[in-house]
Design a protein around this ligand. Structure first.
Ligand code: G3P
Length: 216
């Protein structure tokens, strides 16, 4: 499974890149707003750090506007920029056009298997089911991931599933067990994934015992 970081904070992205485990980045307007930075400058810097899909979201509500925004973004980094398109009828139209123009798309705000099916039919490169936001309203967010993995496998869709709105390490474990292609994970959750109390205790014991070994 590929791991993306769900962040627009270049400090976090740079740190994760140094771990050697980052395959891509997803941003959204809320994440960019948190940085306090101008958006083009911020996304351009992210493109310099990570060589992989980098999602940036359009804000137009009509397909023509979405395509225009996407074409501008694609100039920043034609290979890696991926256009996040909100799931809606105008969004589907935009995905069809962008796919024909070989611009990568990530259909976002997916909350049902039917939305995922339609996005794949339109030719989306990626879709992003928001599992945490479903959990928030007492639906099992990961259930939709399981359904979509099965649906895409049944028909051989090439669209990749990005498990998004990840809130804890178990979301990532479940995503991997279900065979999702990608999880996009906030930096805090990535740090939680590294740690285990028995690992910490083991490192300490080996260090302490090493001190007891007679030295020349
Ligand atoms: O990638 C989508 C993600 O940023 C949404 O996460 O925590 O705002 O639901 P959250």
């Amino acid at each position: 499974m590929k791991i993306f970081i769900d962040s627009a904070d270049v400090k976090e992205i740079r740190e994760l890149a140094s771990w050697g485990i980052i395959d891509g980045v997803t941003t959204n307007p809320s994440l960019v707003a948190k940085t306090g930075r101008e958006i083009t400058e911020c996304v351009t810097e992210i493109c310099q750090i990570v060589d992989g899909p980098i999602s940036v979201e359009v804000i137009s509500t009509d397909a023509v506007g979405m395509v225009k925004e996407a074409e501008e973004w694609a100039k920043v980094n034609p290979k890696n920029i991926t256009i996040k398109i909100p799931m809606c009828i105008e969004g589907l139209k935009a995905v069809k056009i962008l796919t024909e123009n070989e611009i990568k798309t990530n259909v976002t705000l997916i909350f049902s298997p039917n939305q995922a099916l339609l996005a794949a039919k339109a030719g989306a490169t990626f879709i992003s089911p928001f599992v945490g936001r479903l959990d928030d309203i007492s639906h099992f967010g990961m259930e939709i991931v399981n359904d979509v993995v099965q649906i895409y496998n049944n028909y051989g869709f090439a669209t990749e599933i990005i498990v998004a709105s990840v809130r804890n390490p178990l979301h990532v474990v479940e995503a991997a067990r279900m065979g999702a292609h990608i999880s996009t994970v906030p930096f805090g959750v990535l740090k939680q994934m590294v740690g285990h109390p028995l690992t910490d205790a083991g490192i300490k014991k080996f260090f302490d015992d090493y001190q007891k070994i007679p030295k020349k």
